[in-house]
Design a protein around this ligand. Structure first.
Ligand code: TMP
Length: 212
């Protein structure tokens, strides 16, 4: 079983993914892995450093696309596929929908090309369910300020970029309602977590049928 979490920066998706992992581990006897993108393997974590390093201002948009995809190809081949083959549960904080939303809609790279590259990097590994935690773009600023941390290279993008990314996510989710479940990230953390748990249980009983 392969579950992914998506959303703009500061949406709360990582918190929600962690809460779901705790719930799944407490309830089932299955092995539940919690990984993140970019990252999850030693090589993918090194690519993450390059991608998020604020000093890498010269990184081109196409290079960015390929590095996120390279990180994913490594994670899929060396971690996700073997785990799924053993019948284990994999929960991933971000997957190829991040690339469609950020590099496709956000950076404006050709969407068909992005989708083709996503398909190659994922090697046929599609999520059974993708949780999208949605927040308005104004809220990103509020949460970033409250966190007090320095923005990384990706987080340094402006408001217009995040508007495109958010719109992109909502578009992808509308196109694939069977795979996506969308949650309002402005609600109380525990209420969202409860709804996500219910959605996971429901959706996994009826696998999605649409094309990617
Ligand atoms: P994180 O903050 O959720 O760990 O994600 C790291 C950043 O990388 C975040 O700003 C989103 C961005 N990202 C992309 O632009 N494309 C991708 O394919 C992935 C996986 C992440």
């Amino acid at each position: 079983m392969f579950l992914t979490f998506e959303g703009v920066d500061c949406s709360g998706k990582t918190t929600q993914a962690a809460l779901l992992v705790d719930a799944l581990r407490a309830r089932s006897g299955a092995v539940v892995h919690f990984i993140r993108e970019p990252g999850g393997t030693a090589i993918s974590e090194r690519l993450r450093e390059i991608l998020l390093d604020r000093s890498n201002l010269e990184l081109s948009e196409l290079t960015e696309l390929f590095l996120f995809s390279a990180s994913r190809a490594q994670l899929v081949a060396r971690f996700i596929l073997p785990a799924l083959a053993r019948g284990e549960i994999v929960v991933c904080d971000r997957f190829y929908d991040s690339t469609t939303a950020y590099q496709g809609y956000g950076r404006g790279l050709d969407l068909d090309a992005v989708r083709r590259i996503n398909a190659v990097a994922a090697a046929g590994t599609d999520p059974d369910l993708t949780v999208l935690v949605d927040i308005p773009v104004d809220e990103i600023e509020v949460r970033k300020r409250a966190s007090g941390s320095l923005p990384d290279r990706m987080e340094s993008a402006g408001r217009a970029f995040y508007e495109r990314v958010r719109r992109g996510y909502l578009t992808i989710a509308r196109e694939q309602p069977g795979r996506f479940a969308v949650f309002d990230g402005m609600r109380n953390v525990n209420d969202i977590a409860l709804d996500i748990r219910r959605a996971v249980e429901e959706r996994l009983e009826q696998p999605h049928r649409e094309e990617k």
